[in-house]
Ligand binder design. Structure first.
Ligand SMILES: Nc1nc2c(c(=O)[nH]1)N[C@H]1C(S)=C(S)[C@@H](COP(=O)(O)O)O[C@H]1N2
Ligand SMILES: [Mo]
Length: 320
């Protein structure tokens, strides 16, 4: 019996349906999660292929689960009801209901540019080809709140190795889906859509950088970036782009949405750094969602040991 996750009964109205790009059973199988767990028994009664629990709804909980610093994971409810996803809304509580009907299936991700073998992957190919693993990472928003999230996914490096970046490739550019009929926030003229982000190739190849396909052992909820989003745990949350449809290898530093909107506020690097403050928010401390008070923000969000080498010799107050 796999008791990593348990379920807590809630009213069906309180639950946001999960994305339906795969049945829950298929996802769990791809992710190597033992079926017959408390979670599966509660959420997907044996013999059904439904991705949305019918009738009696249950939401997962993760008693005792922590990140490597011993910080408890946030509740499923917090993680799925407090979201930044401007294609839907600038109101964090409005994203979950507005994204409920988003179509995350079928889905393809095009990987192209400076690579030897450009390829377009269906989401199922990505799930089958690259073993899914759990990574419990902190996510810190530039707005000075943070959460601990049990992601499911796989290292971006595994995908990049397969398409073989050429020796000219220096950066990776990511692009989100642009679907006006499903994403009301795209009507806003203030942002240069589609949402895009970028990493230096060595950052993209770092072992911590993952493409996430789920959380709490379930397929990625729409509001968190279904069916596939980036997670770069030592950078501010906005670098972790959602609903990715394009990954381009390039020799030029990509434009990013936030850098285009306000270059003095959002640099290309955007490493979590308590010493370099944003003009509107101090980055020295943060509020962990679900906690009272504040906690100090850690250099590189606590991942310095794994990533500080990437920035040796760089002045991080200039390259923010
Ligand atoms: N496509 C897209 N990706 C996005 C955003 C967005 O508005 N659109 N917001 C970013 C910001 S600011 C944060 S803090 C994280 C939030 O991720 P979460 O909702 O899973 O916590 O997503 C990032 N990825
Ligand atoms: Mo953010």
């Amino acid at each position: 019996m796999n008791d990593k996750y348990k379920s807590v009964p809630v009213k069906p109205s309180e639950i946001t349906p999960y994305s339906q790009y795969l049945s829950r059973r298929e996802f769990l199988k791809a992710a190597g999660i033992v079926t017959g767990s408390a979670l599966l028994a509660a959420c997907a009664p044996r013999g059904t292929e439904s991705a949305v629990p019918a009738g009696e709804a249950e939401i997962p909980s993760a008693p005792g689960k922590t990140d490597e610093l011993g910080d408890a994971v946030n509740s499923f409810k917090d993680i799925t009801n407090y979201n930044n996803y401007y294609e839907f809304s600038t109101n964090k509580e409005a994203v979950a209901p507005l994204s409920e009907k988003f179509t995350a299936s079928p889905w393809t991700v095009e990987v192209y540019g400076m690579v030897n073998t450009p390829k377009t992957y269906g989401i199922e190919d990505l799930l089958k080809k690259f073993p899914q693993e759990e990574r419990i990472y902190r996510l810190r928003c530039v707005e000075a709140w943070s959460m601990v999230i049990p992601w499911m996914g796989f290292p971006l490096a595994n995908l990049l190795k397969e398409v073989e970046p050429t020796s000219d490739a220096k950066y990776v550019r990511f692009e989100s889906v642009y679907r006006r009929e499903e994403m009301p926030g795209l009507k806003s003229p203030f942002y240069p859509w589609p949402y895009q982000e970028g990493l230096r190739l060595d950052e993209a190849m770092n072992e911590l950088t993952i493409l996430a396909t789920g959380l709490y052992g379930l397929p990625m909820p729409n509001q968190n970036g279904a069916p596939i989003r980036l997670v770069v745990p030592w950078k501010y949350g906005f670098k972790s782009i959602k609903a990715i449809v394009k990954i381009e290898l390039t020799d030029k530093q990509p434009a990013t949405l936030w850098n285009s909107v306000a270059p003095n506020e959002y640099g290309f690097y955007s490493n979590v750094n308590p010493e370099v403050s944003h003009p509107r928010w101090s980055q020295a401390s943060e509020r962990r969602i679900g906690e009272l008070g504040r906690r100090p923000t850690l250099m590189f969000n606590g991942y310095a040991e794994q990533v500080a080498y990437l920035y040796e010799g760089m002045d991080l107050s200039l390259f923010y």
